[in-house]
Design a protein around this ligand. Structure first.
Ligand code: UN1
Length: 513
């Protein structure tokens, strides 16, 4: 992509060379140190963003608190109308925003556009939901009494997101939080800060046009220390954090200490089980896309293939052939399959993981390696690798955010494969490739996959927004996006109303005066 074209993209999104990185609505300000955003695509500096100081953070919280007072009493379907307008703006700006995601984060343009599509989809979902924030009604044990429950807005939702989905994960949270009547403060990843400025510019315009208070959408920028402003802050009842398990444990503990709520969406160690009844072609497409898509930097990326011994050589040979066809290079060039890793630290982690896998006894069947030379000047491009390994290796038990796929073998029935699949600390996404009903149902049963996501005949990545997204164990237990995930953004209240002139007590207790 020519630099001229990226200039045009930045202009359409109102991104400047130096951006103020703290914002309440349309009002940007900032005095903190600068973060420089370099593109992993070509290593060039795209722009700078100021980080948020403690004083600026205080201003953000005050503005958000003021905005909440207006927003919480606006009828939910009217809040939905604002989210509808935001979704329409995203439709208009899908191309430039997708390009910025691709250029700043390094995923393929197709995936960058796909990410914006997820934002549009969650907006549509939230608009419908804004008329469906249902509670239950119950029959009271006391005559002339009625019981029901309501869901009320929580307040300020703090969102901490990761570099790999620099816009979509924010929208999964905000679109729902907004229709629920909450206001949001977003700390984006310091590895993709310009994406947060672009999103804020879009929503700020919508809010301004509707004469709504600034502070419904706020952003703060910086590293984990800026995140800590929020995690330690009692004025923020819910923190939704996406990122590594290491980060999640710290956030969970800090928020837990003040008895706040946290929604954690952390690491995965996702596997596809390939049984003797698997369709080979579907298996290869699912596994290769899962392992190398987004250069292996999705939480749902396929890390392990657990293959029945009778299929092992067939699958292995087909994978090696498929990997030979992979084109690695500039993600904005649509003929490439694999773009760069986010930065050179990620490249080091990739190299260390491969080295460790071999040291533990692994056998590299697709070599991998760092690319250099023309087109690879950023130093962030690596070749996807495949290693024959065993599940108990320390490195296999660990999530490495890179395109490394481990091949594991199983013998006997599907229960043995399920045991291997579950035998890791994480529990996000899982899949089985089979045409055998018994195997598929065993995989989905109470004794089957222990993950938040379990798929049959599709891979581990590429979840739709309609389902609840998240996982168990060290993945953190949170659920975002579809189904009833909205409930975490609200507080539940049980109401009992007495419409008689008597005051009977519950449980038949008598208290006469
Ligand atoms: C993530 O990697 O944090 O299932 C989210 C998927 C995407 C979301 C991934 N829809 O791959």
């Amino acid at each position: 992509m020519k630099s001229l074209a990226i200039q045009n993209t930045l202009e359409l999104l109102h991104i400047k060379t130096t951006n103020l990185g703290t914002s309440t609505g349309a009002n940007f300000f900032g005095n903190g140190a600068e973060i420089e955003s370099f593109s992993p695509v070509d290593g060039k500096l795209i722009g700078k963003v100021t980080t948020t100081t403690k004083e600026e953070y205080e201003k953000v919280v005050k503005t958000a608190q003021a905005a909440f007072k207006t927003w919480r009493v606006m009828p939910a379907p009217q809040r939905g109308e604002i989210v509808r307008q935001f979704g329409n703006k995203l439709r208009e700006l899908k191309q430039p925003l997708g390009e910025l995601v691709s250029y700043e984060m390094g995923k393929s343009l197709q995936e960058g556009l796909g990410e914006v599509q997820e934002m549009i989809d969650i907006c549509d979902f939230a608009v419908g939901l804004s008329r469906q924030l249902h509670g239950l009604t119950m029959h009271s044990e006391r005559p002339g009494h009625r019981m029901y429950e309501q869901y009320h807005p929580l307040g300020i939702v703090g969102i901490i997101s990761a570099f790999n989905f620099p816009v979509a994960v924010w929208s999964w949270n905000t679109a729902l939080a907004w229709i629920c009547g909450d206001v949001c403060i977003w700390k984006a990843s310091e590895k993709a800060p310009l994406c947060s400025i672009a999103c804020q510019n879009i929503i700020a315009e919508v809010l301004k046009k509707n004469d709504l208070p600034e502070g419904i959408s706020c952003i703060i920028n910086g590293d984990y220390k800026v995140g800590e402003f929020m995690t330690t802050d009692k004025r923020i009842p819910l923190i939704s954090a996406t990122g590594s398990t290491r980060m999640g444990k710290i956030v969970g503990k800090t928020v837990g200490e003040r008895l706040g709520k946290s929604l954690l969406e952390l690491g995965g160690n996702n596997a596809i089980i390939v049984t003797p009844d698997a369709d080979l072609k579907m298996t290869i497409i699912g596994a290769v896309f899962g392992a190398v898509g987004t250069a292996g930097q999705r939480c749902t990326s396929t890390r392990r293939l657990i293959i029945h011994e009778s299929m092992y050589h067939k699958v292995k040979d087909a994978l090696v052939r498929a990997y030979k066809q992979l084109r690695i290079g500039n993600p904005l060039d649509e003929t490439n399959h694999v773009g760069p890793l986010i930065d050179t630290d990620a490249v080091k982690m990739y190299e260390n993981a491969l080295e460790k896998a071999v040291k533990e006894g692994g056998n590299k069947i697709v070599e991998g390696g760092v690319l250099n030379g023309e087109g690879y000047e950023s130093g962030c491009y690596v070749k996807p690798a495949i290693v024959e390994a065993e599940n108990h290796y320390e490195i296999v038990q660990h999530e490495t955010f890179a395109p490394i796929l481990y091949l594991l073998k199983y013998a006997g029935n599907v229960e043995n494969a399920i045991e291997i699949q579950n035998n890791v600390a994480q529990g996000l996404s899982s899949a089985i490739m089979t045409n055998n009903l018994r195997e598929a149902e065993a995989f989905l049963s109470h004794a089957g996959s222990d993950c938040g996501i379990a798929n049959v005949n599709i891979g581990t990545s590429g979840a739709e927004i309609g389902g609840a997204f998240g996982g168990e164990k060290e993945t953190g237990g949170g659920r975002e996006s579809g189904s009833d995930a909205w409930k975490v953004y609200m507080r539940r209240q049980t109401n009992t109303i007495n419409y008689t002139t008597e005051l009977p007590l519950a449980q038949g207790i008598k208290f006469d005066l």
